[in-house]
Ligand binder design. Structure first.
Ligand code: PLP
Length: 353
């Protein structure tokens, strides 16, 4: 990223020769990202992150849908999707919310039961609190049988599980750089060719007139490099993270701690939502923080809201457990003994209070 911050700071949209290297860097980054998800380079649109990508996919479809066919999504989407849908509802655009099952999955049958003639179905690839990986291919197939578009918020999944947009056949996919070790404030939206999406940010001709604004070249280059790095070692990383979470869980069980691990089935490795009956997640967060361990309660993107998260409500978790929920996210910088250390810290707190 450094050269694009220090020396190669030409504006990629200008025709002067100073922009040549920068233009090339943008082209390479687009191609690298496309290769990582088996897309074509001109199906990748750079955005400011996951929130913008989600807003664009959802509102972009609705703006172009004069018949108000509506959107189907799920109750446990990220607020970038949920609040985009709420904004549309305020404009009297119809939205329907599917309830996931208690294990944390949107069942294809539940979509079959309600789908009639929507413009869009939007279901996240992996849930950001409980890590459950949704049956995207099947949900997408059902959607296409009803002539609707399918969008997936893959912010938590991309770079952590192999994703092939052609195999999945999704029409749009949102991604955010900071979830795969790239800088914050950069992301992209994959839009399948022939999908006629309305622009969300109007202005200049950048991103083929669909997303205006001078490109954040350094961050885009960083995002492409980080995504390739992650995709090249998805399996090794995933095994490493699984070992860390198993250490954490086995140590808690060994100490006879009463807890629930939320989400049951196909999950992202390294993302662990734990609920402890009769405790407050906030208290656990602060006690762990004093011991040098940073975890989140419910959703990290919603730390101002200390009530039970909408995700835990949607899977009907017993409120006595739900209030005492923390989320541990292991990542590339986690040490091999972190699973055990976090478990030991938790046992210490839980056996004292
Ligand atoms: N979607 C999901 C599933 C997320 O987890 C997040 C952030 O945590 C977002 C969207 C928002 O992404 P960003 O922070 O890049 O705007």
């Amino acid at each position: 990223m450094k050269p694009y911050l220090l020396y190669e700071y030409g504006n990629a949209s200008q025709p002067y020769s100073f922009a040549r290297t920068v233009k090339k860097a943008l082209k390479n980054a687009r191609e690298t990202i496309a290769l990582c998800i088996n897309a074509n380079a001109d199906e990748i649109y750079f955005t400011s992150g996951g929130t913008e990508s989600d807003n664009w996919a959802i509102k972009g479809v609705a703006i172009g849908d004069s018949l108000k066919r509506g959107i189907i999504t799920s109750e446990f989407e990220h607020h970038a999707v949920l609040n985009s849908c709420k904004a549309l509802e305020r404009l009297e655009y119809p939205v329907e919310y599917l309830k996931p099952n208690k294990d944390g999955f949107v069942e294809p049958q539940s979509l079959k039961e309600v789908i009639d003639n929507p413009a869009l179905v939007s279901i996240m690839y992996a849930n950001n609190e409980i890590g459950t990986i949704q049956p995207i291919k099947e949900l997408c197939e059902i959607t296409h049988e009803h002539n609707a578009l399918f969008h997936t918020d893959a912010v938590q999944a991309i770079g952590h599980v192999p994703i092939d947009v052609k195999l999945l056949n999704v029409d749009m996919l949102s991604a955010s750089g900071h979830k795969f070790n790239a800088p914050k404030g950069i992301g992209f939206l994959y839009v399948k060719e022939n999908v006629n999406l309305y622009p969300y940010i109007d202005g200049g001709s950048q991103e083929r007139y669909l997303r205006a604004g001078t490109e954040n070249v350094a961050s885009i280059v960083g995002m492409a490099t980080a995504l390739k790095k992650n995709c090249d070692c998805v399996e090794t990383n995933s095994k490493r993270l699984l070992k860390l979470e198993n250490d954490l869980l086995s140590e808690l069980k060994r100490a006879n701690i009463d807890f629930i691990r939320n989400g049951n089935g196909n999950r992202l490795s390294g993302s662990v939502s734990l609920s402890f009956k009769g405790y407050q997640g906030e208290m656990l967060l602060h006690r762990l923080d004093l011991m040098g361990i940073c975890v989140s309660t419910g959703s990290a993107c919603d730390s101002q809201n200390t009530q039970i998260s909408h995700v835990l409500k949607s899977i009907n978790l017993d409120p006595e457990y739900a209030k005492g929920t923390i989320r541990v996210s292991f990542g590339v910088k986690s040490n091999p003994d972190d699973g055990f250390s976090i478990a030991k810290a938790l046992v210490k707190i839980l056996s004292k209070s």
